[in-house]
Write a protein that binds this ligand. Structure first.
Ligand code: ADP
Ligand code: MG
Length: 182
């Protein structure tokens, strides 16, 4: 797949009866892709198995249907891509190129902590898209815990500040869907 989604999870497939903490109306709105034309972000927070990746991919599929260019990768995947560009002296060019994608999905922020270089590269990705193009991020950690992921509370708060300035933040709750016997 061009967008490199990990699976074809659509918003229609999402069972809201199993996830009452997900705001149906907000997710329906995100499915219209209007937030992308406003360069707004979406942050999906919650424990493992609560549907964060499913919803991120579902919103991304809608965006692609509406003609937006979308790319999906894990947070560590994005950092590896930026590290590679940086090592070739092409970081700025890569960030510019990525701005041609109106949506980047950054899955699993916080599963693996970043060293300082990785944290700085990730910050540059966020800063480069701020008020220009959308990010959809998922994390199993609350914003308060992001300081630990990025090894530096100052970098973390500067990043969160830019992410949430124009964003919808959804906090999903409950037990893992994977353990429900589906
Ligand atoms: P997370 O990213 O929060 O860890 P996922 O989105 O990967 O969780 O969800 C785990 C699995 O359960 C996936 O196969 C996903 O499609 C499915 N799933 C989770 N929540 C729902 C739901 N409310 N309706 C339908 N499928 C769901
Ligand atoms: Mg996930």
């Amino acid at each position: 797949k061009a967008a490199r989604f990990p699976g074809l999870k659509t918003l229609e497939d999402f069972n809201f009866d199993h996830q009452p903490s997900a705001d149906r109306n907000l997710i329906a709105h995100l499915g219209t892709s209007v937030f992308i034309t406003e360069a707004k972000n979406v942050v999906l927070l919650g424990p493992p198995g609560t549907g964060k990746t499913h919803l991120a991919v579902g919103i991304g599929i809608q965006a692609a249907k509406h003609g937006h260019r979308v790319l999906f990768d894990s947070a560590t995947g994005w950092v590896a891509r930026l590290q590679e560009a940086h090592s070739r002296g092409k970081l700025a060019a890569e960030l510019t190129r990525l701005r041609r994608y109106s949506v980047l999905i950054v899955d699993e922020v916080g599963y693996i902590p970043f060293d300082q270089d990785a944290a700085n590269l990730f910050f540059q990705l966020v800063a480069s898209r701020y008020e220009h193009a959308s990010l959809i991020l998922t994390s199993n950690l609350s914003f308060g815990q992001w300081g630990d992921v990025f090894g530096d509370p100052t970098v973390a708060s500067a990043m969160i500040d830019r992410i949430v300035h124009h964003a919808d933040v959804l906090s999903l709750k409950g037990a893992s869907y994977r353990l429900k016997g589906h």
